[in-house]
Design a protein around this ligand. Structure first.
Ligand code: GDP
Ligand code: IMO
Ligand code: MG
Length: 431
């Protein structure tokens, strides 16, 4: 029975939150499997706008169970803030519809502090992280010195492990970075107290996901970030610290890879990126500025202006290939209304040669110059269109051009931030 993976096929912020919320209507379980509060997933329902960071975007569907998998880096303070914020707005969040993996690693205050200090240390070479402690938390996980959600539930164990961790982190903060160390007792008391508040949500999320699959429930995996930020396949070192596509599900949700039977990527009709790192189709001119303005391209988590540029078929082709996607969803098509021409990179020129495949290594990516193909624009407002044949001919022609260049079917088109602002084109759900 069906398990569907939906992930970002660019550098994040493709509109995953909106689509997961929509697709969650046909899911019994929604699972986050990687990333953490670096994510900002926006869901707009009528006049209400929700930005979700750690809680899966299925939470607004009353019948959906939401799992935070073991692969997610969980900042318990942010999680509790998010739970409280949703409850204050009348959204049901309890141990019945939100389940937190006992095996998920915990982001502590020292991770956030060190994230910022390491960025300062890197200076010009900084990554432009969200400052949420993601890299330091995953580094501790890999170094086997991290604490997990289950550890927060055991006060004595939590105190002794956190004391040992902080001794080293405080030395780093003080002696390498020259900053004030964190106060040990305050930290210990805070996290032990937080563990108690989390207790009702804590579960064996992997076992629950597998059991749901066996019970023939519909499972939807919600990717965070985007394929080009993947720690292995992305623009390393300008990436996040997790596997962001369907490739992250098996490890990050303890869910067998062969049980995922449909995979769908999401990409905007243009490209954005926040933070540093290569971005071949970036436009640092009035056109880029116009995309930012029309698309209101400011980070959902940090409020930073997003870098903007034309669609990059080389990158999206690569992203979909990495996850073996069955097709993709194009979002923000409405944002391109009014441009006399819309362009997309179809190949790169590197030195004297041209390539159609993503170059994968940094010096080549930096050297890549996009080869654009431009297309006539349209002036009509698309936000009210619900049927493909009602799109202006130029918009349809652009969609079909993207589909051809990327080489995978476009299954849905999003024409606005609201739930119902979509045009269905192909099958997304598994059969
Ligand atoms: P995510 O991180 O992939 O969930 O994306 P974000 O929420 O960070 O950024 C996407 C932004 O675009 C949000 O403000 C959404 O409300 C908005 N959005 C989503 N789909 C569309 C669309 O089709 N058109 C427009 N104009 N905005 C959209
Ligand atoms: P969603 O899920 C866009 C970027 C940061 C930075 C790099 C590393 O909303 O699409 P990190 O804090 O993860 O160590 O930062 O990754 N980044 C995102 N960019 N959308 C996101 O999430 C992102 N999460 C991280 O800007 O360049
Ligand atoms: Mg986002």
């Amino acid at each position: 029975m069906p398990a569907l993976s939906v992930f970002g096929a660019q550098w994040g912020d493709e509109g995953k939150g909106k689509l997961i919320d929509l697709l969650a209507r046909e899911a019994d379980v929604v699972v986050r499997y990687q990333g953490g509060p670096n994510a900002g997933h926006t869901v707009v329902v009528g006049h209400e706008k929700y930005v979700l960071h750690l809680i899966p975007s299925g939470i607004l569907n009353p019948a959906t169970v939401n799992l935070i998998g073991n692969g997610v880096a969980v900042d318990p303070m942010k999680l509790l803030e998010e739970i409280d914020g949703l409850r204050a707005r009348g959204v049901r969040v309890d141990g019945g519809n939100l389940r937190l993996s006992a095996l998920a690693h915990v982001i502590f205050e020292h991770h956030r502090v060190i994230d910022g200090l390491s960025e300062r240390w890197r200076g010009e070479g900084r990554i432009g992280t969200t400052g949420r402690g993601i890299g330091p938390c995953y580094a501790d996980k890999a170094a086997r010195v991290g604490l997990r959600v289950c550890d927060l539930l055991e006060p004595d164990l939590c105190r002794s492990r956190l004391r040992a961790a902080l001794a080293e982190k405080n030395a780093l903060i003080e002696r390498v970075h020259g900053e004030k160390p964190l106060e040990l007792d305050a930290q210990l008391d805070r996290y032990v107290a937080i563990g108690e508040r989390l207790r009702p949500f804590v579960a064996d999320a992997g076992a629950e996901a597998r059991a749901a699959h066996r019970a023939k429930k519909r499972i939807l995996f919600e990717g965070a970030q985007g394929a080009m930020l993947d720690i292995d396949a992305g623009t390393y070192p300008f990436v996040t610290s997790s596997n962001t596509g369907a490739n992250g599900i098996a490890a990050g949700a303890c869910f067998p890879p062969r049980w995922v039977d449909r995979v769908v990527g999401i990409a905007k009709a243009y490209t954005t990126r926040v933070g540093e790192g290569p971005f071949p189709t970036e436009l640092s001119d009035a056109t880029g500025e116009r995309i930012r303005k029309q698309g209101n391209e400011y980070g959902s988590t940090t409020g930073r202006p997003r870098r903007c540029g034309w669609f990059d078929a080389v990158a999206v082709r690569y992203a979909l290939d990495l996850s073996g996607a069955d097709g993709w969803i194009v979002t923000n098509l409405d944002v391109l209304t009014g441009f006399p021409e819309v362009s997309a990179a179809v190949r790169y020129r590197i030195g004297s040669g041209e390539v159609r495949d993503w170059p994968a290594q940094l010096p080549s990516i930096d050297a890549a110059r996009p080869v654009y193909q431009s297309h006539p624009g349209w002036t009509e407002d698309l936000t009210g269109v619900r049927r493909y044949e009602d799109l202006p001919a130029a918009a349809r022609s652009y969609v079909e051009f993207l589909e051809r260049e990327v080489g995978a079917p476009i299954l849905m088109i999003s024409v606005g931030p609201e739930r119902d602002q979509v045009i269905q084109r192909g099958r997304i759900q598994p059969t």
